[in-house]
Design a protein around this ligand. Structure first.
Ligand code: MG
Length: 368
């Protein structure tokens, strides 16, 4: 089989369901990566953050290298791209583009063999715990008030969710006292039995994070994700020595995964197949983490693509469904696995099982 087409599609203004008590966001964008083959199988990948720079990079540079290669050999495609484009010069741009292509290639591989990506990755777990992230304002919407946050958290729990996550450090200057008030209101609203996590999105300094952890320890926080600027491994290690709250962080490529693990910087490592060089690289990160006795987690929005990884590998542990991204997936793809009683069952369809809805690209694709 030969790859005949590689195309990044940038879609905008796709209608989607807004958060529980807000009108917006009610539109989303997406960056879909299409890999076509001479045997009629088409694989689909997604770039998690839809940076439009990836569109021209894929269409103008990556496609020329990948067209003509064998789609059933994702590792060989990675080697060709890494050799010709070099991570040293292109860094995250390349690993982001690699992610979309790699996910599409595993989708082709699954369709060709009749197996789900979950099975191809090892099929370790039948289902995986899922948590719901909520309360992050988008599109210049006002920051959630304390009451709004608590009400939304309670609503999500009433729908059957057992683990939720909220963002912290989002003030103009990160403010641990304010975040404590917000998290305490959520804890009070959902009661003691629901798991509650926090995500700093790499916004805080070490002292700000230490203060936040000291204040929130009493709230029984399940984990704190990416609190510190740039996921600095040395600072995360210092943080771990000062708190009992488990610390999670995502690598942005294989080598930063190594740096986080060697530095003893994380309790949970969170690769994202839609940004960090795909299933191929994530398998390597999973094995590396296993050697350090560090479980895999997930925290970057692209849950429906990542569930195959978390449920596939031995040390997969948990998946994020970020409410905004979850609704975006429902708007973009057919057959998105939906959370049920706190768990997610990976698709058993050949490949990823995620196909863009009919007519979606034609209606919402924009030119550059
Ligand atoms: Mg996060």
């Amino acid at each position: 089989m030969i790859i005949t087409k590689v195309r990044a599609h940038h879609l905008r203004d796709i209608p989607m369901q807004s958060p529980p008590f807000r009108d917006k966001p009610n539109r989303t964008r997406a960056l879909l990566i299409e890999v076509g083959t001479d045997e009629g199988i088409t694989g689909w990948g997604l770039h998690g953050y839809a940076h439009k720079s990836i569109v021209s990079f894929v269409n103008d540079y990556v496609a020329d290298i990948v067209v003509g290669m064998d789609p059933l050999r994702p590792a060989r495609v990675q080697n060709a791209l890494r050799k010709q484009l070099t991570v040293r010069h292109l860094g995250a741009t390349l690993t982001n583009a690699l992610a979309g292509i790699d996910v599409a290639l595993w989708d082709v591989l699954g369709q060709h063999t009749g197996l789900s990506v979950h099975t191809l990755l090892g099929g370790a777990h039948d289902r995986i715990p899922v948590y719901i992230t909520h309360g992050a304002a988008y599109d210049d919407a006002p920051v959630y008030s304390v009451d709004e946050l608590a009400r939304e958290a309670k609503h999500l729990v009433d729908l059957g969710n057992v683990h939720i996550k909220n963002t912290v450090g989002r003030q103009a200057v990160p403010d641990p006292e304010d975040d404590y008030v917000r998290m305490a209101a959520i804890r009070e609203a959902v009661g003691p039995d629901v798991r509650v996590a926090m995500d700093g999105n790499c916004r805080m300094t070490l002292p700000q994070t230490v203060r936040l952890c000291a204040l929130t320890e009493e709230l029984n926080i399940s984990f704190l994700e990416e609190p510190i600027l740039h996921n600095d491994p040395a600072l995360l290690r210092q943080l771990r020595a000062k708190t009992t709250i488990p610390i999670a962080a995502g690598p942005n490529h294989l080598h930063s995964a190594r740096d986080l693990l060697v530095a003893d910087a994380v309790d949970i490592i969170q690769p994202n197949v839609c940004n960090d060089a795909g299933y191929t690289a994530a398998l390597g990160i999973a094995e590396m983490a296993e050697a350090f006795n560090v479980p895999l987690g997930h925290g970057n929005g692209s849950g429906p693509h990542n569930v195959a990884l978390q449920a596939g590998v031995r040390n997969g542990q948990i998946i994020e469904y970020h409410f905004h991204k979850w609704m975006a997936y429902n708007a973009i793809f057919e057959n998105v696995p939906q959370p049920e009683n706190g768990f997610l069952t990976p698709s058993s369809e050949p490949g990823t099982g995620l196909r863009p809805r009919d007519g979606l690209i034609a209606e919402y694709e924009v030119d550059h």
